[in-house]
Design a binder for this molecule. Structure first.
Ligand code: GSH
Length: 235
């Protein structure tokens, strides 16, 4: 695993006044936003695989997005998007798989058919879990998020050769952690609730992920997320 390089200063987000980086000049670019959990997934895999020099981070200010992004780079106008080999691809889960298959570094999706199948199944649930937990925040969060956390706890029992969903760390863990990080911020701070209590596998999973430096460097400032969440709830 690549070691963390905390000494490196992150590039400043581009806004509507920023010129477009040279398009298709051979540079591989990850268009991102530091606060986006989808983009964070791809940032983690980039750093975990040690691709910091191969894939350049291009953060955008989503509130004041450069017009050229939609017009010339990615018409969907969302992050993340990866510029690589003369094309631009989006969708965070597809990008996790793309980077894992097309770049060097530790493999993050197992070859074992049973693990592969379970991994795909878990990846297909991420959007539902995210929606269910964020919806629960509008009602009785502890009660209404229980089924989602119980589902994750149960999933962690499937493979016993490590603390992660497929035993060893995989892109499935990366897909979930950026959202679970945000669930934890809200549940702890706004509801004084620890989602890992009574869920021992989930507790270890969360603890182990939080030992990974390249992930820790990508974490959102809890204060910033709480402010965003409170504004969203009132909207
Ligand atoms: N399904 C997409 C979702 C990406 C997404 O929604 N990104 C948000 C930021 S977190 C975005 O770019 N929003 C801009 C917009 O909707 O205008 C993925 O997995 O990559």
């Amino acid at each position: 695993m690549a070691s963390a390089d905390v000494s490196k200063v992150l590039p400043k987000p581009l806004d509507s006044s920023s010129p477009q980086p040279l398009h298709f000049d051979g540079t591989t670019r990850l268009y991102t936003s530091y606060s986006c959990p989808y983009a964070q997934r791809v940032w983690i895999i980039r750093d975990y695989k040690g691709l910091q020099e191969k894939i350049e981070l291009v953060p955008l200010n989503l509130q004041d997005r450069p017009a050229w992004y939609k017009e010339k780079v990615y018409p969907v106008n969302k992050v993340p998007a990866l510029e690589h080999n003369g094309k631009v691809i989006g969708e965070s889960i597809d990008l996790l798989k793309y980077i894992d298959s097309n770049f060097e570094g530790p493999k993050l999706f197992p070859e074992n058919p049973a693990k592969k199948e379970f991994g795909e199944e878990l990846l297909s649930y991420t959007d539902k879990i995210n929606k269910d937990v964020f919806t629960a925040f509008r009602g009785d969060p502890v009660k209404e998020s229980a089924a989602s956390f119980d589902f994750l706890e149960k999933a962690l029992h499937k493979f016993e050769d490590g603390p992660f969903f497929l035993g060893q760390l995989s892109l499935v863990d990366i897909a979930y952690i950026t959202f679970v990080e945000r669930f934890d911020i809200v549940l702890k701070n706004a509801f004084n609730y620890d989602f890992t209590s009574g869920r021992p596998k989930l507790a270890v999973w969360f603890e182990e992920l939080n030992k990974i430096d390249v992930y820790k460097q990508t974490k959102i400032d809890p204060k910033e997320f709480l402010e965003f969440y409170e504004k969203k709830l009132k909207a």
